[in-house]
Design a protein around this ligand. Structure first.
Ligand SMILES: N[C@@H](CCC(=O)N[C@@H](CS)C(=O)NCC(=O)O)C(=O)O
Length: 218
């Protein structure tokens, strides 16, 4: 497949870190537009130009020539198809399925449900009721910690989530490891040593270092 013109819309440290890592890994040419956390989460709305591209008002958004692609698993899949030799989705049919198993779990359960409750309690309850909001935040915290324990157990005795090599699942896992420390103030290394080993391996990759630098995260 000849490479289209690729552009990634991101916000530093957001879940867009995952496709950003894959793009650096792939060696494909790409450009980015970065929006601050305030632009995406706070200033009373999502940037209008981005809402036109993604009416769901979410980052990441990627354009491949004239195709606008949203949703991390879809964007990661397309990058992988443009860089087949990188085997970002493993190198057997079963490994590919396992990568999707991780991506769906991280996107649907950890991100949308658990972190959704934490960052956006108003999606679940009427936040004007302060006591209810408090309960949701407490529940979000325990749910996220339960999920981190599950992930840690799955990564026992392994470096990479699937097979013996880095895949898209590892790039995506790395996003949530960072959030555990930054947003939840969890001692991730101590509480989740297997997950920490996986994230450290991701972080040591030159592609991740390039992303951290480009997004101003190091
Ligand atoms: N299902 C989407 C979720 C993307 C998502 O929630 N992105 C966050 C940033 S990490 C966002 O844009 N949030 C804006 C908001 O919740 O208003 C995906 O997997 O790509």
């Amino acid at each position: 497949m000849s490479s289209p013109k690729i552009h990634l819309y991101l916000s530093p440290g957001a879940c867009s870190v995952a496709p950003h890592i894959l793009l650096h890994e792939s060696g494909l040419d790409f450009t980015t537009t970065s929006y601050t956390k305030e632009d995406v989460f706070e200033n009373g709305g999502f940037p209008d130009e981005l809402k036109k591209l993604n009416p769901k008002a979410k980052i990441p958004v990627a354009t491949f020539d004239d195709e606008v692609i949203t949703e991390n698993p879809a964007i990661l899949t397309f990058i992988s198809q443009l860089a087949p030799s990188n085997q970002f989705f493993g190198n057997t049919p079963l490994e590919t399925v396992r990568v999707y198993e991780w991506l769906n779990y991280l996107s649907g359960t950890l991100h949308s449900a658990a972190y959704g409750m934490f960052y956006r309690p108003q999606r679940f309850i009427d936040v004007e009721d302060g006591s209810l909001a408090k309960h949701v935040l407490v529940k979000a915290r325990t749910t996220i910690q339960d999920i981190y324990s599950f992930i840690d157990e799955k990564l026992k005795g392994r470096t990479w989530a699937v097979g013996e090599e880095f895949t898209a699942a590892d790039a995506y896992l790395y996003v949530f490891f960072r959030w555990g420390a930054e947003s939840m103030q969890l001692d991730m290394e101590k509480e989740y040593p297997n997950y920490a080993r996986n994230s450290k391996a991701v972080e040591e990759r030159p592609s991740t270092q390039a992303v951290l630098k480009a997004e101003g995260l190091n």
